[in-house]
Design a protein. Structure first.
Length: 277
């Protein structure tokens, strides 16, 4: 009988964030394919699991995928893990899954931690619609172009970012997207877990003012003109609606600001930054 390829999520920090099913699967498979054999070896030792490990990385994932599929067709069951979190999410895993699907080999997820979802759920930003963008390009021009493409996105945007690039990324977000609510989620599930909330400009100033921003970061950007979590119409749309009802512009802004819990000044700033966009 053909084996199964299990895509097994592992913790993103706190080792307690591994599921019982993940542990059972790791105990039962014939082979664990992982990014870094030393790192995964440590994780398995922690849970007293002894399994043959096979390393795969982005650069050899295609070749490794073919090998894994051949072995699965020969009857072996294989767990695919990445260094942390869910395989395939800004990590290798996708090619293995696709090759297995194409070859008719069964692929089964063993769900668990992923930094993107962990950050989104705790962010306080709307969770009903979100867009995961992975890492922004590291070069400024490309990063700004990527942000331009997100300008009209009304869903919450979820990004991964490296600590040494965070200030530059925040400055570019401020320049391109203007006044948005941002959440910077750092070191999730770890001892120094932290959330910073504010505009990109405020967060850039906060991060630049620290001796160093360390650890792993998920950055979330409130959607453009999105209805907020309580279902209120976007600020600009509400102002237009009131004007349509015959309210003059000043009063419309004042009323919409009050309904959104904003000062008149902040409401003006938001409307201006959107107009600029
Ligand atoms: N596959 C992983 C997942 O499911 O979350 C993501 C791997 S990606 C190579 C690594 C990035 O994920 C980090 O640079 C950071 O942006 C984010 N990340 C991973 N662990 C995190 C944590 N504990 N706190 C905040 N961000 C984290």
């Amino acid at each position: 009988m053909a084996g199964v390829i299990y895509l097994v999520a592992t913790p993103i920090g706190n080792l307690e964030d591994i599921t019982l099913r993940a542990l059972r699967t790791l105990r039962e498979v014939d082979l664990v394919a992982c990014e870094d054999t030393r790192r995964t070896g440590r994780l398995l030792r922690h849970f007293e699991i002894d399994k043959p490990l096979l390393g795969y990385r982005d650069h050899n994932e295609a070749a490794r995928a073919a090998e894994l599929i051949r072995r699965a067709q020969g009857g072996e069951s294989i767990a695919v893990v990445c260094d942390a979190g869910t395989p395939g999410i800004s990590d290798p895993g996708f090619r293995v899954a696709r090759t297995a699907v194409e070859a008719g080999v069964r692929v089964a997820p063993i769900p668990g931690a992923s930094a993107a979802l962990a950050a989104l759920t705790a962010s306080g930003l709307p969770t009903d619609r979100f867009r995961f963008e992975g890492f922004l390009p590291s070069r400024k021009a490309k990063r700004r172009a990527a942000l331009e493409a997100l300008r009209a996105e009304t869903a919450t945007v979820v990004l991964y970012e490296a600590p040494h690039r965070i200030v530059d990324a925040l400055r570019d977000i401020a320049a391109v997207l203007g006044e948005r609510t941002l959440v910077l989620a750092r070191e999730l599930t770890k001892l120094h877990e932290e959330y910073l909330r504010g505009t990109a400009e405020e967060l850039a100033a906060e991060c630049a003012g620290r001796p160093a921003v360390k650890g792993e970061i998920v950055l979330l950007i409130g959607g453009a003109e999105a209805a907020d979590a309580d279902g209120r119409a976007p600020l600009g749309a509400r102002v237009d609606e009131l004007i349509g009802e015959g309210v003059d512009r000043m009063d419309a802004i004042k009323r919409a600001a009050r309904e959104h819990g904003l000062s008149k000044r902040d409401a003006y700033r938001i409307l201006e930054s959107r107009r600029g966009g």
